[in-house]
Design a binder for this molecule. Structure first.
Ligand SMILES: [Zn+2]
Length: 182
């Protein structure tokens, strides 16, 4: 909940503006409306031949669990740029994006994950400040019980399932209760 106006600092009142259908944070002083919308998280599944690069988180939430490079999109970035920035920051890699692969909706917390497939030309990575370690996993060694987020579990399961056909159709999921390890 927003308490104060971003523009003038006055108190906020939640009400439905004329012509709108949703309650908004409206400033009691200057009447400006602070619209709240979902955040986009850009991520990458980095692949080297038939191995997947995962990052072990060094920070909470989900410290020590495995994830893929991902993070909130910054203003001024395209989603692809955001995904590549996260790959560089968290795993020290500059992979080549091949396609958008998964859209993972978490409407209960106002987040949308947009996850890309990307290939690496060499089996090399180095952990960034938010990463404890980086490791390449073959499909049969994925640490399923220690995956950090349901979005990561989703892209991994789909990728491994689609891999034999070498055909990776866009996968979309709406998840409200399937949050792993929570
Ligand atoms: Zn105001």
């Amino acid at each position: 909940m927003i308490k104060f106006c971003k523009l003038c600092g006055s108190d906020i009142n939640y009400k439905t503006p004329e012509g709108d259908s949703i309650k908004r944070a409206v400033c009691l002083n200057c009447n400006s409306i602070d619209y709240e919308n979902p955040k986009i998280i850009a991520g990458i599944l980095p692949v080297y031949r038939n191995e997947i690069l995962l990052c072990q988180r060094a920070i909470d939430p989900k410290k020590n669990k495995w994830t893929i490079p991902s993070g909130f999109l910054e203003l001024g970035e395209t989603i692809e740029e955001g995904a590549l920035r996260e790959a560089k920051e968290e795993a020290g890699i500059s992979p080549n994006i091949t396609q958008l692969y998964c859209i993972f909706n978490l409407p209960h917390i106002g987040q949308v994950y947009m996850l890309y497939l990307a290939t690496l030309t060499q089996k090399k990575a180095s952990p960034g400040i938010e990463t404890k370690s980086v490791e390449f996993f073959s499909f049969d060694t994925i640490p399923w019980s220690d995956i950090a987020f349901s979005s990561v579990d989703f892209i991994l399961r789909n990728y491994i399932s689609d891999y034999p056909s070498k055909n990776f159709p866009l996968r979309s999921e709406y998840s409200i209760n399937k949050v792993i390890n929570e």
